[in-house]
Design a protein. Structure first.
Length: 133
């Protein structure tokens, strides 16, 4: 793969934000950060285009929350083609973290994560996706 060089003009506040981003994410330089941001944007565009993607749904919850576990099971039963596996971790006295590995059309994975994250009692949740094609 060949590399092309080009110049970029940015307002000072955007350049400062880019430099902060480089430092916070431990990139070697601005070019790496810009490459990462462009690739991230391409992946997000693929989500919108409903291309094949793979990723994880990470959930944080209290397993003792009323009906939470049964709601999770009901939702996951509707996505058996997309769910590859799941793993639960105990991260506190009343706190579990569940990571669900998924692969499928972006819209379906977004629907799955939205339904799980919106369950009453769910403390936190996030969908992460990457290209799978």
């Amino acid at each position: 793969m060949s590399v092309s060089r080009f110049g970029v003009s940015l307002e000072k506040n955007l350049l400062d934000a880019l430099d902060d981003y480089v430092q916070e994410n431990h990139f070697a330089n601005r070019s790496q950060a810009i490459r990462h941001l462009i690739n991230k944007n391409m992946v997000e565009q693929k989500w919108l285009c409903n291309n094949l993607v793979a990723g994880t749904v990470t959930l944080i919850y209290d397993p003792k929350s009323s009906d939470l576990m049964s709601h999770m099971a009901d939702i996951q039963a509707n996505f058996t083609d997309e769910i590859l596996s799941s793993q639960k971790f105990i991260i506190g006295k009343s706190k579990y973290m569940e990571i669900i590995a998924v692969k499928g059309v972006a819209k379906r994975l977004t629907d799955l994560s939205d339904q799980l994250i919106s369950i009453r009692g769910m403390q936190n949740g996030k969908l992460t996706m990457s290209r799978a094609d």
